[in-house]
Design a protein around this ligand. Sequence first.
Ligand code: HEC
Length: 79
Amino acid sequence: MANCVACHNNDPAKDGPIGPAIKGSPKELIAARVLRNSYPPDYKAKRPTKIMPQFPYLEPEIPYLAAYLRAESAQQSER
Ligand code: HEC
């Protein structure tokens, strides 16, 4: 997360200073963005820009990132 909150919000449900809200992002989307700077086929990106850098060394963290963003969205829907 330390890598992400520079641009995305501490609260993934909200837009950050540079990046959009990423709450509930599926693992395929996170992997495509973080590792390859791409999008899954047929995914409609929230932003048409190409500002986000790649973080290939975060590959082992992808499942945790996905679980974290999913947990955030689960909490959100309980409220
Ligand atoms: C330098 C700023 C920056 C950093 C750091 C950054 N992002 Fe992003 N992110 C963006 C921007 C800007 C976009 C919108 C598309 C673009 O311009 O690349 C984006 C888009 C995304 C999207 C797709 C949103 C959608 O549904 O279209 C995901 C998922 C995402 N980022 C996750 C992450 C994760 C996870 C990290 C940490 C490993 C991270 N980002 C780090 C700026 C950043």
